[in-house]
Design a protein around this ligand. Structure first.
Ligand code: BTN
Length: 264
């Protein structure tokens, strides 16, 4: 088993532009929930909380995120960016690209992005990102928590064949395990460099997000459309909204929700 400690992460990380405070716990309910609570209680910024195991890992749209011990990366970043709340999606875009870049550099793996913030390899989900924020003064964010959940070891789907068909892990893709501390450091290194100057770095991030976003040009159905009519994905706008052509020939920009690739 790999060594998941702040020291091991720091050793791989080396020098950063920000003074990240690394915390590793064996078990918690959800690293996002913990950091949100800490932020509300007045904690400072640049905290990275990593758990070996989450008892109540959360995903988008109220879903749970399977977080077994010893086999995944469950990490959250507490940020206090000087950003209007509306721009906080930039952090989600960046987090997805940073994870993809780290996977490319460390594991030689090509990860694609499924809007909004899932990472896929070979058509299966490897990583999910949950960004949560709170409004502060005027329209500015008070804090943002970016949570990253990545399957490292082979997943035990508990006999759930449907789940097994749609999720994957690094071990399944690479045929070997990956040192979690090293990968956490690689992700954080990418994010640190982006976050040092978001304004300057964001256009390149958005470009890379668009390149990796594999839904463009595909027909999808929308979770909000009970009729499951086909919508053509046209691309991603500068606010990370998904541009789609509707069945009646109009265009629509989705800011949230979920889309599925049409199979019939
Ligand atoms: C999704 O797949 O919809 C997003 C999953 C996000 C999971 C991560 S694991 C670390 C952090 N803590 C949580 O409870 N959720 C995020």
């Amino acid at each position: 088993m790999d060594l998941l400690t702040p020291q091991a992460i720091a050793q791989h990380l080396g020098a950063t532009t920000r003074p990240w405070k690394l915390q590793v716990v064996e078990e918690t309910d959800s690293t996002n929930t913990r950091l949100k609570q800490a932020a509300k209680a007045g904690a400072g910024q640049d905290i990275v909380l990593v758990a070996d195991h989450q008892t109540a890992g959360r995903g988008r749209l109220g879903r749970s995120f399977l977080s077994p011990a010893g086999s995944g990366i469950y990490m959250s970043l507490l940020l206090r960016p000087a950003l209007p709340m509306a721009r906080c999606t930039d952090l989600t875009v960046a987090a997805a690209v940073c994870v993809a870049r780290a996977l490319g550099k460390l594991c030689g793996l090509q990860a694609d992005i499924k809007w909004v913030n899932d990472l896929y390899v070979g058509g299966k989900k490897l990583c999910g990102i949950l960004t949560e924020g709170t409004l502060g003064q005027k329209d500015m964010a008070d804090f943002v928590v970016v949570g990253i959940g990545l399957n490292v070891g082979r997943l035990d789907c508990g006999g759930d064949a449907e789940l097994a068909a749609i999720v994957t892990s690094l071990e399944e893709e690479l045929g070997r395990t990956v040192d979690r501390s090293e990968l956490i450091a690689a992700i954080l290194w990418e994010f640190d460099h982006y976050y040092a100057d978001m304004e300057q770095n964001h256009p390149a991030m958005l470009e890379e997000y668009r390149r990796r976003m594999f839904l463009t040009g595909k027909e999808v159905t929308l979770s909000t459309d009970p009729a499951k009519r086909p919508h053509l994905v046209l691309g991603v706008d500068e606010n990370a909204g998904l541009l789609v052509r509707t069945p009646d020939g109009g265009t629509l920009t989705l800011q949230s929700g979920e889309v599925s690739i049409r199979t019939v």
